[in-house]
Ligand binder design. Structure first.
Ligand SMILES: *Cc1c(COP(=O)(O)O)cnc(C)c1O
Length: 375
């Protein structure tokens, strides 16, 4: 009988329809304008969005690409990473980070994360060999890693830094934005990202003119302005229609980030002090970090039981990456053991965190979590 009682509230993990529903007429106006101009590939909306992104980040070049994974591969390629080169990355990431390294012929070397769920600095040091060429910090969950320490390792060992900034547009460390620390960085505009479009999209940013030139040509088949092709490229352009949509959303980006930080603060207030859950660093915990809360990832005792209980109460949650750190994909050839990451992944759970989530939703989610452990 109890099973048939409808939950008091429905809080989906992510409301994909909500992306459009809430701003239907504005979005249709943006799209209609592009469609009426027939402006589909490498048009002014893309150039405008790239300029906005570069200005926002304070970088010289922002180059729209088809998705962040391509962007990472293009950036690694432009950095000269290739066959036999080892690139260190945190295993708690999307397989895309490693996939991009593999794609250019490099060897992805997964390392541990720390209590903030970001790359662990001492593990980087332990994993450096004479084949290591680069570090790929992943600015995960909307937070930027401790880049001072990473920068100092890279300086000492002569390693390049290519940031996977897919989840962290606008996040800062000591006032400096994610994506601006290394030679180049890639961002994702996948729909569920903080800045998302209606399909796939990404961008690479860099201050280096040669890297930028490499990526601008290689995203478009290696074609140069004069028509000559002197290197192999691919087709990885950011659609102009998506760029126009992104430009529209980007104009409201500060409000978006503020709202997410507000929700994170609510979670933090409600759940602090409850022993069964470990919270991510709160929005105002440290002067050094400004987090944009792409995700709100907790660690929870009896995680699977909690997830089921929340689901039965209408609350959607997700275990990031399907519950696997990258090195746990043994069929890809990884043989590392990363106990900290493995334990963390077995306890990690992401709570609803997006613009469709109301304050009351957060209070409901927190009340249910407390109810679960109280029982
Ligand atoms: C989303 C994501 C990617 C991949 O981005 P796409 O645009 O889907 O290629 C890479 N790394 C991380 C950490 C991500 O979250």
């Amino acid at each position: 009988m109890e099973d048939t009682v409808a939950p008091a509230r429905q809080v989906p993990f992510f409301d994909y329809q909500g992306l459009f529903r809430t701003q239907r007429s504005e979005i249709l106006a943006v799209m209609t304008d592009v469609l009426e101009r027939g402006a589909y590939i490498l048009q002014k909306d893309l150039a405008e969005f790239e300029a906005k992104l570069a200005t926002y980040l304070g970088v010289k070049h922002a180059i729209g690409v088809a998705n962040c994974t391509d962007g990472l591969a293009l950036a690694l390629d432009a950095a000269g990473i290739g066959h036999g080169d080892e690139v260190i990355f945190p295993s708690h990431t999307f397989v895309a980070s490693a996939g991009a390294i593999h794609e250019v012929g490099g060897t992805p070397v997964p390392v541990e994360c720390g209590s903030d769920h970001l790359i662990d600095v001492s593990s980087i040091e332990d994993s450096i060999t004479n084949r290591t060429r680069a570090i790929m910090p992943v600015q995960l969950n909307g937070r930027t890693a401790n880049m001072d320490a990473i920068q100092s390792i890279s300086d000492r060992h002569g390693l390049k830094i290519i940031e996977d900034a897919a989840q962290s547009l606008g996040s800062t460390y000591k006032g400096k934005k994610a994506g601006t620390f290394g030679l180049a960085a890639a961002f994702s505009f996948y729909p569920a990202k903080v800045l998302g479009c209606f399909g796939d999209g990404g961008a690479v940013v860099t201050d280096d003119d040669d890297v930028a030139e490499h990526i601008v040509t290689c995203r478009d088949h290696g074609r140069r302005k004069d028509g000559n092709v002197d290197r192999w490229g691919r087709n990885s352009r950011l659609d102009n229609l998506q760029a126009a949509v992104l430009s529209y959303f980007f104009d409201h980006y500060d409000t978006t980030v503020k709202r997410r930080r507000h929700l994170a603060n609510l979670y933090d207030e409600q759940l602090t002090g409850h022993e069964s859950v470990v919270l991510p660093p709160g929005p105002n915990q440290s002067e050094d970090h400004f987090d944009i809360f792409q995700n709100y990832e907790i660690e929870a005792d009896d995680r699977d039981g909690l997830q089921t209980f929340l689901r039965d109460n209408g609350i959607g949650t997700i275990v990031q990456w399907g519950g696997y750190a990258v090195h746990q994909f043994r069929d890809l050839g990884f043989d590392q053991n990363l106990p900290y990451t493995e334990r963390m992944i077995s306890r990690a759970l992401m709570l609803p965190m997006n613009l469709s989530v109301t304050d009351e939703d957060v209070l409901y989610v927190c009340a249910k979590i407390i109810e679960y452990y109280g029982a």
